[in-house]
Structure formats: C-alpha cells, structure tokens
Design a protein around this ligand. Sequence first.
Ligand SMILES: Cc1cc2nc3c(=O)[nH]c(=O)nc-3n(C[C@H](O)[C@H](O)[C@H](O)COP(=O)(O)OP(=O)(O)OC[C@H]3O[C@@H](n4cnc5c(N)ncnc54)[C@H](O)[C@@H]3O)c2cc1C
Length: 314
Amino acid sequence: MKIAVIGGGITGLTTALALQEAGCAVTIFSRDPFEKTTSYAAGAISYPYAVEDSTRAQVWYAQNDEMLMSLMDDPAAGIFWAHWKKCTLDPYFEIPEMYMRLRDARVITGDDCPLGYKKGVQAKLLVMHVGRYYPFLKQRFERAGGTFYLREIKNFGELEKDFDLIVNATGVHARYFAQDEAVYPMRGQVVIIKNPGVNFHFATFEGKNYFYPRIDEILIGGSAEIGEWDLTPNDVLTRDMLAWAKTVDPLLKNPEIINVRVGLRPMRPQIRVERDEHSCAVPVVHNYGQGGAGYTVAWGCAFAARDLVLGTAA
Ligand SMILES: Cc1cc2nc3c(=O)[nH]c(=O)nc-3n(C[C@H](O)[C@H](O)[C@H](O)COP(=O)(O)OP(=O)(O)OC[C@H]3O[C@@H](n4cnc5c(N)ncnc54)[C@H](O)[C@@H]3O)c2cc1C
C-alpha cells in the first residue's frame, strides 16, 4: 500500500512509522521544516494536559509510555525518566485525585518542595528531549526507506493519483485544510536556556509556570492563549517566565538564552482519529487534535490510525 502522510510533526511521523512497520510504503509531506512546527516547541513530558479525558485517551497514553520504555535503551532516542513535582503556595490545597494516579505519585510538603512552595505532588514521568527524539524517529523512518518532502499540499485530491490512501496529520491547520471548525489553537510559548545544572522538573498549580530540564538545556514555560494564531514570540511573556524561574531556583538567576519557541496546540473536544471515504477519490485517515498532549498519546493514536488504514480497527 502506498500511503501519503500530510504533516511532519510528531503525529505524522509516528503514524508514518507505525504504517511503515506494518509493511506500507510511506511518504511524508510537511509544509514546514520541523523548527516551525508545534512539535518543535513542546516540553514533551508524557502527561495528559489539555486533551480529551476518556478511556481511549488513557489507553493511548499507556501504549505510548510502553513504546517509549522500549525505545529508551538507546541513548540516541533522548528519552529519560524525570522526577516531576507540581506544587502550590497553599499548604491546605487538596491534591486532585488524577495526580495520585501518576507513576510513583506521592504528596510532598516542606523541604521536598522548591523554595517558597508548601505542598505538592511528586511523580515519575517519561520525558522526551525533542531535539534528540524527533531526529531519532525521523532517521529511523528514512533508513527504512521512507521519504520526507518539504512541500505544501493544497488539498487531498492533489495526492489521490499517486497514493492508495492519505493520512491527514496537519495538527491545528486541519481547521482550514480539512474544514474542521472543532479544532482551534491554544498558543504556547517557552524559552530555552542552557541548563546550569537543574535536575528536577517543576510545575505550579497556581499558574502556567514550569521548567523542564532536558540534559543540556532547560525549557521554561509557559503560556496558553486560546484562539491565538500569532507565532511571534512575546517578549513580556519571556521576561515573566525567566523572572519566575529564578525565584524558584537560584541556579536560574543568569539565564543563557538559546531561543524562544512558540507552538499552537491543536485543541479539539475529541482527538479525530477517523476514516473518511468522502474527501477525495482515495480514503483519508485523519489523525489530529491531540491538544497539549501530542507527545503523550502519539504512539497510541498512530496505532489506532494504522488499524483504520489497514481495515483492522475493532
Ligand atoms: C509550549 C508547548 C508545550 C507542550 N508540551 C507538551 C508536553 O509536555 N507533552 C506533550 O505531550 N505535548 C506537549 N505539547 C503539545 C504537542 O506539542 C502537540 O500536541 C503536538 O506537537 C501536535 O503535533 P502534530 O504533529 O499533530 O502537529 P504539528 O507539530 O503542528 O505538525 C503539523 C504538521 O502539518 C504540516 N502541515 C500543515 N498543513 C499542511 C499542508 N497543507 N501541507 C503539508 N503539510 C502541512 C505542518 O507543516 C507540520 O509538519 C506542547 C505544546 C506546546 C506549544
């Protein structure tokens, strides 16, 4: 089967790999270089933030973690365990039950919390170093004979003569590409600095602030602007993120900025993993709408899309 995947973010790439491993010949078309996609901006911890809350999403999350654990033996994959803490300034805060379901979750207080914070939860989460994980997967795809073109596709019909089936993994751009008004952006901005030696992952219950070290660098966030498409970095946000980070860890006092990244989380009430026989002369399988959890559910969604392609979905 000859398959075209439209979209070269984490969703398109993992779907392409799942199809390739099932024996399909796969070509990816991406309008943008990786550095201009949402997938490039991600913190990429395995954690279901801003995504549909459902049994199938839980299954996809578990399948993804299982895949990450099978890949992490190879250091080139850039996958590692993190002791993640999410804390509050309020000593009486009740930690929501969902956090206690995370791996090795426990409530922390006092000195186990960073400077000024009173209570929180600590859990063990998988983290992907985007700058290593994405190239690792892409190399695997290309070594197995996959082709990756930087090319904008105007409509599904453009590919129907050359392929047996098309996968639509255009992320938030599906709003216009697949005329789907249910998908909309939630803009997120992060600043990447050199890691001065911070070795714990930290987020707050109060706002959107977090920092996630990734070996050599540290990603400081964050923001969540609903309906906002502007990819221009906002300097005020950058300044505020850096100012917050240094109040938590003195090591972050003199940040050496590498870059500022902005991405558009593809929000949708439900992730769209669906086969569609009507958009052009060949079937289309849609796979988009993973919100703030594209790296968390990527493999699960890729397997579901693969089953729809092969006609083996339950
Ligand atoms: C600041 C931030 C932090 C995040 N942190 C996390 C996290 O910790 N954990 C987590 O799991 N997720 C996180 N996310 C969410 C995650 O990044 C997204 O869910 C994920 O990247 C979506 O991937 P995607 O491949 O669907 O879309 P994208 O990465 O947007 O890729 C879309 C692709 O479609 C292509 N495309 C679009 N239209 C066309 C066309 N017409 N022709 C050809 N190609 C086209 C684009 O060029 C691109 O290659 C974060 C997001 C942000 C912004």
